[in-house]
Design a protein around this ligand. Structure first.
Ligand SMILES: C[S@@+](CC[C@H](N)C(=O)[O-])C[C@H]1O[C@@H](n2cnc3c(N)ncnc32)[C@H](O)[C@@H]1O
Length: 217
């Protein structure tokens, strides 16, 4: 089967195509923005770097990162064509670009200093394959920042799977760390909470970030 048709027929792509035209890309930007920006502001971007956002939605993280003076190149990829159309409409400098593809089958020969993903990896057909591909896309010493609100310990979010009605792989913090370790990452985690939120889980559990460092050669 032709790859393009495969992408169009995928339930995840279809769901997020719908979200892109129903204003939910902006809701995600708002909903995820507080914790993601809190996290990104603690990262040292002091040396020139390249950046990839896997499952970039409308591209809001790419716009934030590409505004940093040390950013040389920032690419957002997404398997929802309509998310990529939205992201392309908002491009505001020549460091940014967006590609309609899933990460697993993306044919890209370059390597990145940083790869980021927020709430996208658990939708992959195989999380192992997605994480393994991300590892390959990093330079030695490069880092993968992976954010998820959907994890076993965060019980309030585990019901999302029955609401979304598409594949969502639920894992504990320990299991996420295992996935990263198995492909070769040196792994740490951070939970970023939003103490001002009206939502209890954001105050008590927050966003889990799994941070994988590819060992330097
Ligand atoms: C919950 S949304 C999050 C969007 C964005 N990261 C944000 O925080 O606003 C998940 C996005 O990941 C994309 N996605 C899911 N699996 C993907 C994959 N394997 N490769 C690329 N994109 C993927 C979806 O199409 C969707 O736009």
């Amino acid at each position: 089967m032709n790859k393009k048709i495969e992408l169009i027929m995928d339930n995840v792509s279809k769901k997020f195509d719908d979200w892109a035209i129903n204003g939910k890309a902006e809701s995600m930007e708002k909903g995820h923005g507080i914790n993601v920006l809190k996290f990104l502001k603690k990262i040292s971007f002091d040396k020139p770097f390249s950046f990839l956002d896997v499952g970039c939605g409308n591209g809001w993280v790419i716009r934030y990162v590409s505004d940093l003076s040390t950013c040389k190149k920032a690419i957002g990829i997404d398997k929802s064509k309509k998310m990529i159309i939205q992201a392309n409409k908002k491009i505001n400098n020549n460091k940014e670009s967006f590609v309609y593809t899933d990460v697993e089958s993306w044919k890209y020969t370059g390597k990145f200093d940083f790869i980021f993903a927020m709430e996208s990896i658990y939708y992959a057909d195989s999380m192992e394959k997605a994480i393994e591909k991300i590892y390959k896309l990093l330079k030695p010493g490069g880092k993968f920042f992976c954010g998820t609100d959907f994890y076993t310990e965060n019980k309030a979010t585990t019901k999302w799977a029955s609401v979304m009605k598409i594949q969502m792989h639920l894992h504990s913090k320990k299991e996420w760390k295992e996935f990263f370790k198995n492909v070769g990452f040196i792994t740490t985690t951070k939970q970023i909470k939003d103490l001002k939120s009206n939502e209890k889980w954001k105050k008590e559990f927050g966003t889990l970030f799994i941070i994988g460092t590819k060992p330097a050669k």
